[in-house]
Every structure is written in C-alpha cells, then in structure tokens.
Design a protein around this ligand. Structure first.
Ligand SMILES: Cc1cc2nc3c(=O)[nH]c(=O)nc-3n(C[C@H](O)[C@H](O)[C@H](O)COP(=O)(O)OP(=O)(O)OC[C@H]3O[C@@H](n4cnc5c(N)ncnc54)[C@H](O)[C@@H]3O)c2cc1C
Length: 301
C-alpha cells in the first residue's frame, strides 16, 4: 500500500482538496475521530473513477463519507482514503413530481425545495442531517416511512465496472439498510413525490421538527440513534428502563432526553463511546435477553 504515492497522484489530477492525515473529528457530527490517511473531494464522475482506480492500484482501502452524521471514527483514525462527493454531485432538479438529485445534496435542501414547490413525500425527513447519498445508503427515515419508498432509481459508480442504474423496486430496502452493493458509490437518484397542499406539508414538517426538538439532544454532538429498534420494541425504551439515561464513560453520555442517543459532552473519545455502547448492550441483554444491534457505522481500527 502506498498512501504517499496515491496522495501525489490524486493531488495532481483532482480539482477538489486532497489532504494527507485529515482529522475526521472535523467531518463527523460526533466531532470525534483520528485522521484519515487521505481525504479527497471528487467533484465529477471522472474524478471519482480516477480516484478509485488509483486507490485500487496503490492498494489503499477507501470509503465514502457524506456529512458523517451516522459514523463513529476510531481514535486511531482510518488507514485508508475517505472520499467525499463535491460540486457535480451537489445539484438537483425537479420536474413535475420527479426529483433528480446528486448524492452530495443535503437531505434538508431537498425537503425544503419539495415544500416550496408544494410536493409531498419527504416531510418525514425533516431534521435528518446528512446527504442524499448517506440517506440512501442507510435508508434513512422514521419507523413508518423511509427514503427507499420514494426511490425510482439509484445510480452507482462501481469500481471496475462503471456506472450502474438500479431501479427502486429492485433494491432490498430494509430497516436502516439499503441492500445496495457495499463497493458501489451512490452518485445520483430519482425520487417520486406527489402534489400536496403547501399548508398541510408545512404543518406536518413543523410537527415533526418540534417533536424532534423536544425528544432529541440536537444541541450536543451526536450521530442520531445508536441502536436499531428491535422488532416490536424501542431501543430507547429498553435502555431507559435499565436506568441508563445519563450514564457516562469519559466524555460520552447516554442522553437524558433520548436514551438511544449517546452524546459527546466535550472531549469524548471513540473509545468512550464504544465502551458505553458495550455497557448498554450488556445491561439490555442481561435484563431482556435482547442483543441490540448498532445503527451507527464504524470506521477505522
Ligand atoms: C441529530 C440526528 C438525528 C438523526 N435522525 C435520524 C432519523 O430520524 N432517521 C434516520 O434514518 N437517521 C437519522 N440520523 C442518522 C443520519 O443522519 C442518517 O443516517 C443520514 O442519512 C446519514 O447521512 P450522511 O450523509 O451523514 O452519511 P454518513 O454518516 O456520512 O455515512 C453513513 C453511511 O453511508 C455511507 N455513504 C454515505 N454516502 C454514500 C454514498 N454516496 N455512496 C455510498 N455510501 C455512502 C457511508 O459510507 C456510511 O457507511 C440522525 C443523525 C443525527 C446526528
């Protein structure tokens, strides 16, 4: 593996920033994480194709990052390249009820644009941070509604084979999973929305936002729900009933507002968060015999 050679080659060709040893605490909503060996912003599909080719040739592992709102990066960092989608991927256009969006667009921008055009179908996504690519990879949503329901098609860039378009119904959407190939980079999607009454859309969005504000620690660094809700139950309820609200390890704390959120109270390390996750898992397993699975994605050692 030659990180230095890969960095040199990418720096010469890409228009976007290419950095060595970039702190991931700067790129995650947790504000936690050591350095990625390489951090590269790809502005176009051809930059992305080139970057993935170089990384394969130099045997440097890679991952894609959106806004880092569902990721915990190890304190030791990631010995690979973090790819971020830049300019060309940050555009979207709407015709009738069809929205074509680049994967780098923020979900918030799509939600607002749909509202302003009187298009309904994305109200559930109010207040979910992150990019469209991250939302598709995670099948982001609420318990009842998720983005996969709206997808007509997803375009991926698959290293070694190029662009692939997958139709929405062919994708195995699950609870916080998309079933899209792990080694594909989501670059674009088409969503189907329907005409709605603006006032009604606004009311639904406001209600969702207020309920989030009241029940989630949005003022503190966090990465959303840590655990997937087990079938027919709520991870937050299980954790709260074990008396774990407010439980701390170092700078990490189970939120007093919502027990399925672990917040960084300042200076938390990834090791603190992981130790707290294990503590919570053990308590829930001992009391209920339920093994909580994490929704949070992990990057690095
Ligand atoms: C306060 C708060 C509230 C939240 N509420 C919700 C909620 O209600 N519902 C919900 O579902 N989530 C919620 N989340 C979690 C998170 O915001 C979502 O999962 C979001 O969709 C992640 O988007 P992102 O761009 O930040 O992805 P990242 O966190 O950057 O990445 C998440 C995963 O997606 C992959 N990925 C990202 N972009 C691409 C791409 N272009 N191609 C392929 N893979 C890609 C990454 O490799 C990683 O594995 C919340 C988070 C916070 C901080």
């Amino acid at each position: 593996m030659s990180v230095v050679r890969a960095h040199e080659r990418l720096s010469r060709r890409l228009d976007g920033p290419v950095r060595l040893s970039e702190s991931m605490a700067r790129h995650t909503t947790y504000r936690i994480g050591g350095p990625a060996a390489i951090y590269a912003v790809c502005d176009t599909v051809s930059d992305l194709a080139y970057a993935l080719e170089v990384l394969a040739e130099e045997e440097v592992p890679w991952t894609v990052l959106g806004k880092g709102s569902n990721v915990l990066v190890a304190d030791q960092g990631y010995e690979g390249a973090v790819i971020v989608l830049g300019k060309e991927f940050k555009r979207h256009r709407t015709e009738g009820g069809q929205v074509r969006s680049g994967a780098g667009v923020t979900l918030a921008a799509l939600v607002q644009d749909a509202y302003s055009r009187g298009l309904s179908g994305l109200e559930f996504a109010v207040g979910i941070p992150g990019t469209v690519g991250g939302a598709l990879a995670m099948n982001a949503g609420s318990r009842e509604q998720w983005i996969g329901d709206r997808v007509e098609s997803v375009t991926l860039y698959v290293p070694g084979s190029g662009l692939a378009v997958v139709r929405g119904p062919e994708i195995a959407w699950g609870y916080r999973t998309s079933g899209l190939p792990d080694r594909g980079v989501i670059i674009e999607c088409s969503l189907a929305l329907e005409e709605g009454e603006r006032e009604r859309i606004r009311r639904t969005m406001d209600a969702r936002f207020l309920s989030r504000k009241a029940s989630q620690p949005i003022g503190m660094p966090n990465a959303g729900s840590v655990f997937v809700n087990p079938d027919g139950d709520s991870a937050g309820r299980l954790i709260e009933s074990c008396g774990l609200k407010g439980e701390r390890v170092g700078g990490a704390q189970v939120s007093e507002l919502h027990a399925n959120f672990i917040i960084n109270t300042g200076g938390a390390t990834a090791a603190d968060v992981i130790e707290l996750i294990e503590l919570v898992r053990k308590a829930v397993s001992e009391r209920y015999g339920i093994g909580l699975e994490t929704e949070l994605r992990f990057l690095g050692a």
